[in-house]
Design a protein around this ligand. Structure first.
Ligand code: PHE
Length: 357
């Protein structure tokens, strides 16, 4: 038994890794290990012999087991020390100067738009990006069979088989925030709602995720003339010019009546985009007088209240103002692009301090 002890205590002490240690454990105290075999021999002994050998073997087994776990812990500690020597980080190092993050043009433009409309008395509202088809469609007077549902290339959320709850969608526009805001605050109301929207579309001026800002003004004496004035003031303030040429085009949206789309004169000559010149028009927003059914669906009495709504493409007006020709680059996270088109975090857009300077 002394020989066995010396042999295994020695081998355990010399083991260099956990695999060797495991082999030794099997060899010594495993089911068919040397000590287990010795224990089986106890049966052949006389009771007197057994009284001595039994406890001694058990003690030896315990001793070897504790030697094994002590060595295992020591090997783990050594491995951790080794890692700590290799993987370290000096958290007291100074920051790298000359490298700043920048504000993405979408954030910049959202701030600019918010500042302009805040000045006209609009507050900021929000809604979820995943919404029910009631808020995204039905409440906005777009029934199930309406072609606008197909036209919008809607992303539907997956439902498990047998789950018959009504579908949810990635909102295709910010218009559902009209409904949510009127439900919550009633009328009169004056809000804008900037945020992300989603449609399955991809080319130079379309990405599957893009940004809109919704506008809504409801009161007892609002007309199309107010809509026109607000949009013209907005466009002039946004482009920081006294005159911009706009085209109000008669259009159709299920949630407004009458409806108008607004285009802005621009040129793409030489691949650069310029506002206010050229023979091209870029559509930047949809608008109109809120449909009585929409007011009704949101719990506002159309006999008393009326008003206008609009939805502006934030990415579109960012491209126009800052001469960015391809919308897809907005979302590539290319650092060179971000350094070129990004804005300083310290220049907060305000009307009095200048929107973009
Ligand atoms: N929701 C419309 C769109 O995404 C824009 C719009 C908003 C039109 C409000 C009229 C009124 O195209």
């Amino acid at each position: 038994m002394d020989d066995l002890r010396d042999k295994y205590i020695g081998l355990i002490a010399g083991a260099g890794d956990e695999a060797t240690l495991e082999e030794l454990r099997v060899q010594a105290v495993g089911k068919k290990g040397e000590i287990s075999l010795k224990m089986r021999e106890l049966g052949k002994m006389t009771p007197e012999e057994r009284q001595v050998a039994g406890p001694a073997l058990n003690a030896l087994k315990d001793e070897i087991n504790s030697a094994l776990s002590a060595k295992k812990a020591a090997l783990e500690d050594a491995a951790l020390d080794e890692r700590l020597r290799g993987e370290w980080l000096d958290v007291t190092l100074p920051g790298r100067t000359g490298r700043h993050g920048s504000i993405h043009p979408i954030s910049q433009v959202t701030e600019e738009v918010t500042a302009i409309f805040a000045d006209m008395g609009f507050s900021v509202a929000e809604g979820p990006q995943i919404d029910s088809d009631w808020y995204n469609f039905d409440a906005l007077n777009i029934p199930g069979h309406h072609p606008a549902r197909a036209e919008m290339d809607t992303f539907y959320m997956h439902r498990a088989e047998g789950d018959n709850r009504p579908p949810h969608v990635l909102r295709t526009h910010t218009s559902p925030v009209q409904i949510r805001s009127m439900e919550k605050h009633g009328a009169p109301i004056r809000i804008i709602a900037p945020g992300r929207v989603y449609r399955a579309d991809y080319d130079q001026t379309h990405t599957p995720m893009f940004h809109q800002v919704e506008g809504l003004a409801i009161d007892t004496d609002i007309s199309m003339a107010n809509l026109k004035w607000v949009l013209e003031e907005f466009v002039k303030a946004y482009f920081e010019v006294d005159d911009v040429e706009l085209r109000f085009r008669a259009s159709h949206f299920p949630f407004t009546e009458p409806s108008a789309e607004v285009d802005i004169r621009c040129s793409w000559e030489g691949g650069t985009l310029k506002v206010g010149e050229g023979d091209d028009w870029l559509e930047i927003l949809g608008s109109g007088m809120v449909h009585p059914k929409v007011l009704q669906n949101a719990g506002v009495d159309p006999e008393i209240y009326q008003g206008f709504a609009f939805g502006v493409g934030i990415d579109r007006i960012a491209m126009l103002k800052y001469g960015i020709p391809d919308l897809r680059a907005f979302f590539d996270s290319d650092l060179r692009w971000l350094r070129h088109y990004g804005f300083s975090a310290l220049d907060v857009p305000t009307l009095h301090g200048g929107l973009s300077t």
